[in-house]
Design a protein around this ligand. Structure first.
Ligand code: SF4
Ligand code: SF4
Length: 474
């Protein structure tokens, strides 16, 4: 028996020593990924076209006059499907975020990193926009390698300048689109239409443009390998039943080169290395599921093509689970998945209830700080209150206030009538007067009705304070 280690054994011992994008001496190992071709790449291309169109179009779409999606961190206002969420809606937003995180956990547990390959903006932009442009300008991986080594001829300069202009222009559009999600598309056009008057904002846009350019020109797969926290969580999320892009080592090993007209023994892997050559993160999927795999399916297409060309069955690399490959077990709904599903359903229920009962108006009433009660003529007592009103609609809101639970009470606004401007917050003050005879306790519950155009829009509870002498029972 040979004492020489097989390729598999050597790889098993060495492949985790360092990242594929780093050389032995710690330098960047540039990954020249071959352009994939095949049914999965076509599917991803079609989906990414829809995705990219949606990404660039969404800031222009309005629902009920509100942006379809806007995350205005400066003003603390969020517009989702045209519904405006305020800091007061933080609870709804918080439950929504937790629901999304649980959903991502569950989805990852079942379908692995399908999000990374099919929906992550970084992968979509890198693989479906920037890398396609690179293939178009510089050619496939071999040509790119040759161009890198080539002297600075006119052709090389032309290609590099063209690539730079294309990458920087697209980065500029991406930066502006992302900014539109924050401050609104109208505001972005205002900045671009008057750069001299918005120098600070424009410098901000150019900084973001340069960051995006740097990411897609140079940093690339390092985002997934080093920066992305989601990639780092795979170790705890995936298990033997998670469906991932996987190499069928049961069928594939022992791998050996294909020879024409041979009587083939051993495994089906012909060790052509095509799965490695197309991998944008530079890994060899035959070493098993790895942190670096972004589930892009390029190796599935490459392997299917090779299998087809040597007359073997496709699917040596495919979507499957470790259990599926080793024990031929189909996708199982484990107890862990059931538990996450139950929590997810509960959270979806809570979120749906919060959304359906959410009001377009909010009102908070507090007794004026540092004040107890005031003695008034006609045997009355008064308390002073402040009211904070939030109008989440796009119409101004005239407001009237009434005490709902004391028939003989009087409510007097301090200052003029309250009108809450559209999408705004207003504060006001008012006195409530009660007959002393009605103030039977030191602290009474007071219910304030908030009306607009004769219709009650909110009811708020607060307290009315009286003197201690009325607190005999306590
Ligand atoms: S191993 Fe395959 S699916 Fe994973 S990143 Fe590489 S090419 Fe894509
Ligand atoms: S592409 Fe398929 S046959 Fe070729 S090395 Fe990879 S797994 Fe083996």
């Amino acid at each position: 028996m040979s004492t020489e280690k097989s390729t598999v054994e050597q790889l098993e011992e060495s492949f985790r020593d360092r990242m594929p994008s780093v050389t032995k001496d710690g330098k960047r190992n540039w990954i020249y990924a071959w352009q994939p071709k095949g049914k999965w790449y076509t599917r991803r291309t079609v989906l990414s076209v829809l995705y990219v169109v949606l990404f660039f179009a969404l800031p222009f779409i309005k629902i009920n006059g509100n942006p379809a999606l806007q995350i205005n961190l400066v003003e603390g206002k969020f517009s989702i499907f045209g519904m405006i969420f305020w800091p007061q809606d933080f609870f709804i937003f918080g439950v929504g975020m937790v629901t999304m995180v649980i959903f991502i956990y569950l989805f990852t547990m079942i379908y692995g990193r399908v999000f990374c390959g099919w929906a992550c903006p970084q992968t979509i932009f890198m693989e479906m926009i920037f890398r396609k442009i690179e293939y178009w300008i510089e050619g496939d991986a071999n040509y790119q390698k040759a161009l890198k080594k080539a002297p600075w001829t006119g052709d090389k300069i032309k290609k590099r300048v063209l690539k730079f202009l294309a990458f920087y222009s697209i980065s500029f559009v991406i930066a502006n689109t992302l900014l539109s999600y924050l401050i609104g598309v109208d505001q972005v056009f205002t900045i671009l239409g008057d750069i001299a008057g918005n120098t600070g904002s424009f410098i901000g846009i150019m900084i973001f443009t340069t960051v995006f350019f740097f990411v897609y020109w140079w940093f690339r797969e390092q985002v997934c390998l080093i920066v992305c926290p989601y990639g780092r969580m795979q170790g705890v999320l995936l298990d033997q039943n998670s469906v991932v892009v996987a190499y069928d080592y049961v069928r594939g090993e022992d791998r050996h080169k294909f020879k024409k007209n041979e009587v083939r023994t051993g495994g089906d892997c012909i060790d052509c290395n095509m799965c490695v050559k197309v991998c944008p993160t530079g890994i060899d999927i035959r070493n098993g599921t790895q942190l670096e795999c972004v589930s892009c399916t390029a190796c599935i297409d490459a392997c299917d093509h090779m299998m087809e060309s040597v007359g073997m069955e496709k699917g040596l690399i495919r979507y499957d689970s470790e259990n599926g490959i080793k024990n031929k077990v189909k996708l199982a709904f484990t107890n862990r998945m059931k538990a996450y599903t139950a929590v997810l359903l509960v959270l979806i229920g809570i979120e749906a209830t919060l959304l359906s009962t959410r009001s377009d108006y909010d009102a908070t009433v507090l007794r004026a700080k540092g004040m107890l009660y005031q003695e008034q003529p006609n045997n009355q007592l008064s308390n002073l209150y402040t009211i904070k009103l939030v109008n989440k609609t796009r119409k101004d809101l005239p407001v009237e206030l009434k005490v709902e639970n004391f028939a003989n009470s009087t409510l007097k606004l301090v200052g003029k009538e309250i009108v809450v401007k559209k999408e705004a917050v207003t504060e006001g003050e008012f006195f409530v007067y009660l007959d002393k005879a009605e103030v039977t306790q030191r602290k009474l519950e007071l219910i304030i009705g908030v009306y607009s155009n004769g219709k009650r829009i909110r009811t708020v509870k607060t307290n009315f304070l009286g003197p201690f002498k009325f607190n005999k029972k306590n």
